[in-house]
Design a binder for this molecule. Structure first.
Ligand code: PEP
Ligand code: MN
Length: 360
């Protein structure tokens, strides 16, 4: 893709002075609900009012959206509050209806980005549009699939583009609903530095009390904006109740977030530094997470050794590990001294874990 600067003119031309904010309920439920939330978000930093009209649910039987009727409510939102509107489209019929109802921003959901057939159908239906189109990352952590979707839309002569990072699903239980895998978003930024990237902390966390921290990390990594699900009565929302915040909380979040300016060279330095520090923080968390997992596996070995009445320390095995890790460390630029010290400490902790189990 050449001429990627053009893709972000829709955002630059807004001259916001703050990150782009897309907010509104997960789902449009009733006309009164849609209008109430929109009115509470009027005169805030919110730039686009979002509401899901067609809801792709992982399992059938959950609320699947009000359908085209809700698009009329979004038209009323625009007329009453002046807010621009945004919704998810997942096929040609959705695109046609959204365009007929003058929706300003259309996004492709994570479950659609995984399918090149669907993405192509949407790209064909949107060909040449002057609406803003944002592409959520696919549910699985696959950068090419995400980039491929951007390319399909770009090829369909859609000029106002951007991506939304909403995290990735994993079979493992984590504190996130969808793990952020920040490195993947950073890789995408490196490939297309001009492509606007919006963070969706609501779907990453699945929990409203984690939204602030994830938003701050995103801003530290120079994301261009945030999409935050907002509802006047989150606990009683028809979908994604646990992750929605009230309009008042959204305003507070936006007030408390530290927004890094990037004007003069001093600011450029701070920006680069905080970007690198945010990457270090992420890696440090991953280190602790990995070490925790390693000790859990070690506990499992302790259980087995206890059953078989085998000694905790088996020096052959330990020397093998150490030799292999020193060699592998070398290929990553790690000194022998460092790898040795680190693995001695890890090994000691592992022995402590196993002894605790055997002597329990
Ligand atoms: C949504 O934004 O409500 C949604 C369904 O998101 P995702 O496609 O990220 O799951
Ligand atoms: Mn949702």
């Amino acid at each position: 893709m050449e001429n990627t600067k053009e893709m972000r003119s829709w955002l630059d031309d807004m001259n916001l002075g703050h990150p782009l904010v897309i907010a509104g309920p997960c789902s449009a439920e009733t006309e009164a609900q849609v209008l109430r939330i929109a009115n509470e978000l009027k005169d805030t930093d919110v730039n686009y009012y979002r509401a899901g009209i067609w809801k792709p649910r992982t399992r059938p039987g959950n609320f699947e959206g009000v359908g085209a009727l809700g698009l009329k409510w979004l038209q009323k939102v625009k007329a009453e509050t002046g807010l621009k509107t945004a919704t998810e489209v997942a096929n040609r019929a959705h695109v046609e209806l959204a365009l007929e109802h003058d929706v300003d921003l259309l996004w492709i959901g994570a479950r659609s980005t995984v399918s090149p057939f669907i993405v192509q159908e949407i790209a064909d239906a949107l060909e040449g549009t002057d609406k803003v189109v944002l592409i959520k990352n696919p549910v699985n952590p696959d950068l090419s699939l995400w980039l491929g979707a951007v390319e399909r839309l770009h090829t369909a002569n859609i000029k106002k583009l951007g991506v939304i990072h909403r995290g990735f699903s994993s079979y493992e239980r984590t504190k996130y609903r969808n793990i952020p895998e920040w490195q993947l978003a950073i890789d995408l930024q490196t490939r297309f530095p001009d492509l606007p990237i919006i963070n969706d902390p609501s779907h990453i966390t699945g929990k409203r009390d984690m939204i602030f921290d994830v938003s701050q990390t995103a801003l530290d990594l120079n994301f261009d904006g945030l999409m935050i699900e907002t509802h006047h009565d989150p606990d009683n929302a028809w979908s994604d109740a646990a992750q929605q915040v009230t309009p008042a909380r959204l305003v507070q979040i936006m007030k408390d977030l530290k927004i890094r300016k990037e004007t003069d060279s001093e600011a450029e330095y701070t920006r680069k530094l905080s970007n690198l520090r945010a990457q270090i923080d992420i890696l440090d968390h991953q280190l602790i997470e990995t070490l925790g997992k390693r000790m859990k596996v070690s506990d499992g070995i302790g259980q087995l050794k206890k059953q078989k009445n085998v000694a905790v320390l088996q020096s052959n095995r330990w020397n093998q590990i150490l030799g292999a890790m020193i060699l592998e460390g070398e290929t990553k630029g790690l000194s022998e001294e460092f790898v040795l010290k680190m693995f001695k400490a890890i090994h000691q902790e592992s022995i402590n874990h196993q002894e605790k189990i055997i002597n329990a």
